[in-house]
Design a protein around this ligand. Structure first.
Ligand code: PAF
Length: 289
């Protein structure tokens, strides 16, 4: 496994593989790898000749009062995990090389970036779209893999790839959960034992809403159930959003009639704070009646 820190070296290595007509699969990450990341790497390994994983904690997607400095980092541990998964290249550039002095170009996907997490983390998705664009131009992948856990991020990237004509297939893989339903996330490390127990509330709340929708009741009622479950957990400090959304526009659809969505999917999504962790989760539910 090759570890590349330099942008030019990564580009030249990618060019050489492209000249040999090899497919390059790419998994962008911020490190602190867990089973969720590794499931993306596994899928990427199955579908491509060459597997590149990037590890880069991207400063431009963190707000000034967010956890950029504290974000968990374990480069040695990550490299070991990736070696075991037969990854070909780990690309881990420095922030100074990615954003040298004078850097002033950003990518903004309008509309969807301002909804849900975007409303609480201004500039976050601009940072994500910018770094993913840069990584795509450096790694030159055939396919790139993202987790459904960051659903909003995945639809923003898909939109960006379409609008900016990147010739890259975006593959979104299912959320990997702990046995009790908690979605795997590097930020789960911030939780103490009691908070970790409380964090199952996201999954419980979505399950409650899902059952309401599957029983043919309205989206408004589903939202009420979801919020009732969230309120029952005393360690939840703040609920930023929790509702039923259109999976494409991310509009809140709780005032709409569910019959308009029959045979289609709706998105249940939640963001909340427990302890010092901001946790997000989501679930797609097919409206059957
Ligand atoms: O999902 C993440 O880990 C990050 O947002 C990404 C896509 C690696 C960009 O920094």
């Amino acid at each position: 496994m090759e570890i590349i820190r330099n942008i030019k070296v990564m580009q030249e290595t990618a060019n050489a593989y492209i000249r040999e007509a090899k497919t390059i699969g790419f998994v962008p990450t911020m490190g602190a790898l867990h089973e969720g990341h590794l499931s993306l790497v596994e899928r990427c390994r199955q579908e491509n000749d060459i597997v590149v994983v990037s590890i880069f904690v991207n400063p431009t997607q963190f707000g000034p009062s967010e956890d950029y400095k504290e974000y968990p980092r374990d480069l040695e541990g990550d490299i070991e995990k990736l070696r075991e998964m037969e990854v070909d290249i780990v690309f881990c550039p420095t922030a100074e090389e990615m954003y040298p002095e004078g850097y002033c170009t950003y990518v903004n996907v309008e509309g969807v970036s301002e909804k849900l997490c975007g409303a609480f983390r201004p500039g976050h998705f601009r940072g994500v779209a910018t770094v993913v664009t840069k990584l795509f131009n450096i790694v030159k992948p055939t396919r790139a893999y993202f987790g459904q856990k960051d659903y909003q991020q995945s639809i923003i990237i898909k939109r960006m790839v379409e609008d900016l004509n990147f010739d890259i297939d975006i593959i979104v893989c299912p959320t990997v959960r702990e046995k009790d339903g908690l979605a795997m996330s590097s930020r789960n490390q911030y939780l103490n034992e009691a908070e970790r127990q409380a964090a199952t509330v996201l999954y419980r709340a979505m399950q409650a809403a899902r059952e309401v929708i599957l029983s043919g009741k309205g989206f408004g009622e589903a939202k009420e159930h979801m919020q009732r479950v969230l309120r029952s957990e005393p360690l939840v400090r703040e609920v930023q959003y929790a509702s039923v959304y259109d999976p494409f526009s991310l509009e809140d659809i709780t005032t709409l009639d569910a019959s308009g969505y029959k045979g289609r999917k709706v998105l249940l999504a939640i963001a909340l704070i427990i302890g010092k962790a901001r946790l997000i989760d989501n679930m797609l539910v097919e409206v059957t009646q």
